[in-house]
Design a protein around this ligand. Structure first.
Ligand code: PMP
Length: 361
């Protein structure tokens, strides 16, 4: 067996020890004489596993008691559509700040259900920066303010939490959940698909201030009503049990690493090594994002000579460095360096980059 360093944007690398535990428990889990995928979500073993996962997440993120934690089926896109339905009525307006592709997608998914207002957008400059706070045009009475703390494709990240007064902040943390400590009490809703920092695809974590639920006055199908999920421990219907279980293992791994604070130290270090190599390449490689909002999780970069892109990717794969092809919207390369990517993986990447530049100068 040979496992490579996987820089894929998502689904993405998982800690090897987690995969080994999944493998060890595949045929029999918790003395059930069956795998976790084969037992009822209403059985005690799964209920215990689900509760442990929630407890660990609460501990790791310092989630206050007045927030519900939901484990939802689907992707972040599902929640981008469900949240507008759940947070306000159709006559309300919600503010959207656009700093990249996923903010745009969230807006598209909100438009059928609620009035939307774009507070500011950095699209005209190719989403290489975040519009200055002073230029944001906030609505008078917004039901919530939606933004994307880390734009996975454009590699643009907030390094602080925006201040929008009393308007509840709704944040799509899909690609940066638990990559650093955050003050949950500053948010109305935090949501994120698991498949980058936390586990397999198919499950979305939603942390929502309880008082925001059930106030929309709409007639929703019960399954779309997040309050029902909150009241039923996210088991209003069958949850994605396998994904939930793996998220639980990843959280235990995170605790053993020292939690979000330890992750932040390591993630900073990885980002410094990679941006350092790009900026120090004399223009051979470039990242175009404004320094103050460069992402620590997703690093898009371009070769000065795009004719070498194919050779770069092919040789990188041969060197055991996978998933470096940039998103089709941007081209070039992208290295995603989530929690599970060790520092050695980034060192191997920058070593390869220097070597490639030397050989193809
Ligand atoms: N938001 C962000 C920030 C993302 O990175 C992604 C996936 N790359 C999505 C939303 C969409 O997630 P999903 O495909 O799980 O719906």
């Amino acid at each position: 067996m040979s496992r490579a360093f996987n820089f894929s944007a998502g689904p993405a690398a998982l800690p090897e020890s987690v995969l080994q535990q999944v493998q060890a428990e595949m045929l029999e889990w918790r003395g059930e004489r069956a795998s976790v995928m084969e037992v009822s979500h209403r059985g005690q073993s799964f209920i215990d596993c689900a509760a442990e996962t929630e407890r660990d997440l609460r501990e790791l993120m310092g989630i206050p008691d007045d927030y519900a934690v939901l484990f939802e089926q689907g992707g972040a896109t599902t929640l981008a559509a469900l949240l507008p339905l759940n947070l306000a009525g159709p006559d309300a307006t919600a503010d959207y700040l656009l700093t990249g592709h996923w903010g745009e997608k969230a807006l598209e998914n909100a438009r059928p259900s609620i009035g939307t207002h774009v507070v500011a957008s950095s699209k005209d400059s190719g989403y290489k920066s975040i519009a200055e706070r002073a230029s944001w045009q906030l609505s008078e009475d917004a039901a919530y303010f939606h933004y994307t703390p880390n734009e996975t494709i454009h590699g643009v990240e907030f390094h602080d939490i925006p201040d929008v007064g009393n308007t509840p902040l709704v944040a799509d943390f899909s690609s940066s959940l638990l990559s650093r400590p955050i003050d949950v009490s500053r948010f109305g809703v935090i949501y994120g698909g698991a498949q980058k920092n936390l586990g397999p695809a198919g499950i979305v974590i939603v942390i929502v201030r309880r008082d925001l639920l059930g106030k929309h006055g709409r007639k929703l199908p019960p399954i779309f009503e997040l309050e029902n999920q909150a009241k039923n421990d996210s088991m209003f219907n069958t949850p994605p049990t396998f994904s939930w279980y793996v998220v639980g293992l990843v959280l235990k791994w995170l605790k053993a690493q020292g939690g979000a604070a330890a992750m932040e130290v390591q993630n900073r270090r990885k980002a410094e090594i990679l941006y350092g190599a790009i900026d120090g390449s004399g223009g051979y490689y470039r990242n175009e994002v404004a320094t103050a909002c460069r992402s620590r999780m997703n690093v898009p970069f371009f070769l000065a000579n795009p004719e070498l892109d194919k050779a770069f990717l092919k040789q990188a794969e041969a060197a055991g460095l996978l998933g470096l092809k940039g998103h089709r919207a941007l081209g070039g390369m992208r290295a995603s360096i989530y929690n599970a990517m060790p520092v050695e993986g980034v060192q191997a990447l920058v070593g390869f980059m220097a070597d490639f530049a030397q050989r193809n100068g």
